[in-house]
Write a protein that binds this ligand. Structure first.
Ligand SMILES: NC(=O)c1ccc[n+]([C@@H]2O[C@H](COP(=O)([O-])OP(=O)(O)OC[C@H]3O[C@@H](n4cnc5c(N)ncnc54)[C@H](OP(=O)(O)O)[C@@H]3O)[C@@H](O)[C@H]2O)c1
Length: 256
């Protein structure tokens, strides 16, 4: 496989970095010249990464192509390009459906969507792909894992998970801020929170048969402080408000 990227920004850079961190990895990669700095940096870091003269040249040199330009310009960029029927196209472009991309990259027949995350650079965080595809699944499977979904609606619903990162860190920041307000040093507090939440992140793997709500109950010892905080947040509608926000993020993702 010769792999190309149209749009060499943060996400393309993360994928190439993750890919090239794999032992013995020699897949030839061609990146488009924008961003100039990121493309040059990748080519300088990895002997088998080349910068193409333009977007069309990426396509002409590759059989698998990841589309990674911003959604706002995607249609204009893709309309100018000539794809081949044998191109394997994987769109990373958020908010543009697989069907629309398929129309824009015709006659390429092999068209899918993928949602990698920047932590793919460290081989962490699974990539959602749609539709299931053994080649694409094998590729992302080595870079932090893959979740294959059958249709766009599943893909869109799972995409909502990615809208929760900022709130997650705000949640940790709230804990941090409160402990700090009691006079505890910031670095000690940060180290403790980080260590505990890393351990909690492992809980679903160590108890694979338990749903999240069961894990929540496991930790909510009757009469204990976990039960208290959970009850108070629940009674104030915190989780209902959160779920409503997820619904609104979903509406944006599906373009409503
Ligand atoms: N980053 C994420 O966490 C994430 C997650 C999921 C999906 N996505 C999707 O992945 C895509 C890329 O995201 P990103 O974060 O990598 O964005 P980004 O850092 O802004 O990268 C987009 C790149 O496209 C380049 N570009 C602009 N015009 C171009 C053109 N005509 N031809 C080729 N390249 C051009 C930009 O170069 P210049 O700087 O020179 O303009 C920039 O390097 C987006 O569609 C986004 O929705 C991103």
């Amino acid at each position: 496989m010769k792999l190309g990227f149209v749009g060499t920004g943060a996400l393309s850079s993360a994928i190439v970095t993750g890919l090239k961190s794999l032992p013995g990895e020699t897949t030839p990669v061609v990146v488009s010249p924008r961003s100039e700095e990121i493309a040059a940096d990748l080519a300088a870091r990895y002997a088998d990464v080349r910068v193409a003269a333009d977007n069309q040249s990426v396509l002409d040199q590759c059989d698998a192509v990841m589309l990674a330009v911003r959604p706002q310009i995607a249609r204009d960029v893709l309309r100018e390009l000539r794809f081949r029927p044998d191109h394997h196209v994987i769109s990373l472009i958020a908010m543009v459906s697989r069907e629309e991309i398929a129309g824009l990259v015709a006659p390429a027949a092999h068209v899918g969507k993928a949602l990698p995350m920047p932590m793919i650079a460290r081989l962490q965080g699974a990539t959602i792909i749609c539709p299931p595809d053994p080649t694409v699944a094998a590729f992302f499977g080595r870079l932090g894992g893959v979740i294959e979904v059958e249709d766009q609606s599943e893909f869109d619903a799972l995409t909502v998970v990615t809208a929760t990162y900022a709130s997650y860190f705000k949640y940790l920041d709230t804990i941090h801020g409160w402990v700090r307000s009691q006079g505890v040093a910031g670095d000690k507090t940060r180290a403790y929170i980080t260590s505990i939440y890393k351990a909690l992140a492992n809980a679903p793997d160590t108890a694979p048969d338990e749903d999240f709500i069961h894990l929540s109950r496991d930790y909510a010892t009757r009469g204990g402080i976990n039960e208290q905080v959970l009850r108070e947040l629940t009674e104030r509608g915190t989780f209902d408000a959160f779920a409503e926000s997820l619904g609104r993020a979903h509406q944006r993702i599906i373009g409503k």
